[in-house]
Design a protein. Structure first.
Length: 731
């Protein structure tokens, strides 16, 4: 996968935008549990009062609180509170304070406020450490009347009683700050009511304000999700486009030897299914894999910050999930490695059967081929079922872990709530943070199941892209000069197919001159088509040289070499389109030249009989025309190119003798200044050639004209007599 990442360079800016959007989305997602906690803790339980530092407090109550404050705390109070009148009541009002000052005021009020509230209320309710401590204090005789008595006492006696109260309540200072503040909220609420403040309206306003914030955050999350999905999809699509483009350009430049290394079915799979797998993986990486660590680490930090004593529960969940993922990977990874190879096999069998349907029907082997396809298809089915079953098993197991962890958190958190060390909202927030952490691992585990298949596909694609071409241009390639004549010379050429043990051609030497037809004939397997493949460099010679106008073709750019060659393969290949587009395949759109080429190739008659003429549609491979028509259109395509060198690889075999004779006669006028090389099985096709090269088992068995070879070459004479009578041969 790393080898293919270079194709993402063009998308650097969109990827950065995706990461920024994911950070914003994660920040908003992580703020939702905090808002939920505040709604429950502050909005519902605390009546919308989020700080124990009161905005307004009666003077008498402030004096009670200041009895139990340190000097620096009193100084802080006097600095931030101003004496004023509110609804006819003398009060202290809090001036505008920043968050740091507000927190200092909260710390200053938490102990004195709890103490005063406890003495005034008596803490008659049962349960909780603070209630027990205040109960001991009330038992010592300190009640609400104590404050009334303190106001009329001398300073020394007042200080003595205050010190006694502090000593009796020393354990209160050991309580957690959050517990004290929860209990202080009731005091602040009562004080607001005493000042004439509408606490119900305050609570409603707080909940509405927080609800609107949550709604805004939800909208931002939705917008980020849409934008990330859009950008990730575009990045994945552009990545796949570039990958397919480079993959196709690589394959299109493969030589025949390179094509033999990868089967056609495998290359099709790599260009389509494998690219699709990698594209899906890139999209998932941007949408989910990048997001999972951000939200997971953020949620872990928030959970630890809010309730560090319960983070061990998250550890249990993570261990359970990792165990499940590791087990799945151990069992599914080998299957993923096999999956793409089996897809290759299914494609290979399918393509082979569809291509060979006429032969299959002729031999009535439909059932046999159905069984062969069914075997490959069943193998693919079994692997897919195993993989999908593994993923199906993962989801309910993950949900069980999530639900079990939720129950465990509620069970443990209930104990903390009972002792007063945790609020209900904090428990809800912790559950949400835990779910976010578990979901991040769930996302990563799902990707870990998909990743092996994508990695296999990525490696298969990289294998093609990194393949060193068997045929490649030299370091300093040359071009043919403008006055190139097209003299083709084989100089002691020997050739062996890649990985073969024996040569197919040995010590082949001949010269083909312009204005002449050089023909090749021989028994099946003698190497005729191999010679045709060597001239355009579909393969490179093993030994010797192939020269055009004295220049080794390996020193010339492949593009320049093939520009001067007109090649008609043994199997006529047509492309989907029209007859006109096929004949003008070389890029020459001159309609007159196309029609002239068709006339020379004896194709004009049957084209004229078609309803749409030259605009008649040709199906893929030319399956909607006969073999002879395919060959004539292919020959016309080469003629329209007007090359220096014509190379006909047994392309007259589907023509009748009359059409063959007319075509060769018309072709002779067109190619009178060109070099023509003809590979044929029929003597009648090459009988008038200026030079005939007879091949036998990869060696030259004779070179000369028809009459010369009848006298000098036993191999040629046997071939001739097998096709024509002695009278026809004149011997």
């Amino acid at each position: 996968m790393r080898k293919l990442m270079k194709y993402l360079k063009k998308s650097t800016i969109p990827i950065i935008m995706v990461l920024l959007l994911l950070v914003v989305q994660a920040y908003c997602d992580l703020s939702i549990p905090k808002y939920t906690s505040d709604v429950v803790n502050v909005g519902i339980q605390q009546g919308g009062i989020d700080n124990i530092a009161p905005q307004r407090i009666r003077v008498a109550e402030m004096q009670k609180l200041m009895l139990f404050m340190e000097d620096n705390q009193k100084e802080l109070i006097n600095k931030n509170y101003q004496l004023s009148d509110y609804n006819g009541i003398a009060i202290y009002s809090l001036e505008k304070a920043d968050s740091a000052t507000t927190e200092k005021l909260n710390s200053a009020f938490e102990y004195p406020m709890l103490l005063v509230y406890g003495i005034e209320q008596g803490f008659s309710e049962k349960g909780g450490k603070a209630s027990a401590m205040m109960g001991d204090l009330n038992a010592s005789g300190f009640t609400q009347e104590t404050f009334a008595a303190l106001s009329s006492m001398p300073m020394a006696q007042k200080n003595e009683i205050v010190n006694q109260i502090k000593e009796k309540s020393a354990n209160l200072k050991k309580l957690d700050s959050s517990i004290m503040r929860q209990m202080d909220i009731k005091y602040v609420e009562n004080e607001y009511k005493a000042c004439g403040i509408d606490t119900d309206a305050m609570q409603t306003a707080y909940i509405w304000n927080l609800g609107l914030k949550m709604l805004g955050v939800a909208l931002i999350i939705g917008l980020c999700t849409v934008l990330v999905t859009l950008l990730a999809s575009r990045i994945g699509a552009f990545f796949a486009r570039d990958l397919r483009k480079n993959l196709f350009e690589k394959v299109i430049n493969f030589s025949s030897a390179d094509m033999d290394h990868f089967s056609t079915a495998s290359l099709i799979t790599r260009c389509t299914n494998d690219v699709q797998q990698v594209q899906m993986m890139v999209t998932m990486l941007l949408r989910m894999v990048f997001y999972a660590p951000i939200i997971g680490i953020g949620a872990l930090f928030m959970a630890y910050s809010s309730q560090s004593s319960m983070t061990w529960v998250i550890g249990v969940a993570v261990i359970a999930i990792l165990t499940l993922v590791i087990l799945l990977l151990v069992f599914t990874m080998p299957k993923f490695k096999r999956l793409q190879k089996i897809v290759d096999k299914v494609n290979l069998v399918t393509r082979e059967i569809l291509t060979g349907l006429p032969v299959i029907r002729a031999f009535t082997r439909e059932k046999k081929e159905e069984q062969r396809f069914d075997a490959a298809n069943t193998q693919l089915k079994k692997v897919n079922i195993f993989v999908n079953s593994s993923m199906a098993l993962m989801m309910p197991t993950m949900m069980f872990i999530m639900n079990a962890i939720t129950v465990l958190i509620v069970w443990v958190g209930a104990g903390f709530i009972d002792t007063g060390t945790m609020q209900v909202g904090d428990l809800m927030a912790f559950i949400q943070y835990s779910m976010q952490i578990i979901m991040s691992f769930l996302i990563l585990s799902m990707i870990s199941i998909m990743l092996p298949r994508a990695l296999v596909s990525a490696n298969r694609i990289a294998e093609v892209l990194e393949t060193k071409n068997y045929i490649k241009d030299s370091i300093a390639p040359l071009s043919f000069p403008l006055n190139t004549k097209g003299i083709v010379e084989f100089r002691n050429v020997s050739f062996r197919y890649p990985n073969a043990e024996e040569n197919v051609l040995e010590h082949i030497s001949f010269v083909a001159n312009p204005g002449e037809t050089t023909a090749f004939i021989g028994s099946t397997g003698s190497g005729k088509s191999t010679i045709a493949n060597l001239i355009p460099r579909f393969f490179d010679v093993t030994d010797g040289q192939i020269l055009i106008d004295g220049r080794d073709i390996r020193d010339v750019r492949q593009k320049n070499l093939r520009e001067i060659i007109g090649y008609v393969p043994q199997k006529a290949m047509l492309f989907s389109g029209t007859i006109e587009s096929n004949i003008g395949y070389n890029g020459n759109g001159d309609k007159m030249a196309i029609r002239q080429a068709a006339a020379i190739a004896q194709a004009a008659d049957f084209i004229g009989e078609m309803d749409a003429g030259y605009n008649s549609e040709i199906s893929q491979g030319g399956t909607n025309v006969s073999g002879g028509q395919r060959q004539r259109i292919a020959i016309a395509r080469t003629i329209a190119k007007k090359p220096l060198i014509y190379l006909f690889d047994d392309c007259f075999s589907a023509l009748d003798y009359k059409t063959d004779a007319k075509l060769r006669q018309a072709l002779a006028k067109t190619t009178k200044e060109s070099t023509v090389l003809v590979i044929a099985q029929r003597i009648s096709t090459i009988i008038n050639a200026e030079k005939i090269v007879v091949l036998d088992d990869g060696k030259v068995a004779g070179i000369g004209t028809h009459q010369e070879l009848l006298k000098s070459s036993e191999v040629y004479r046997e071939i001739a007599l097998s096709q024509l009578s002695r009278e026809e041969l004149g011997i």
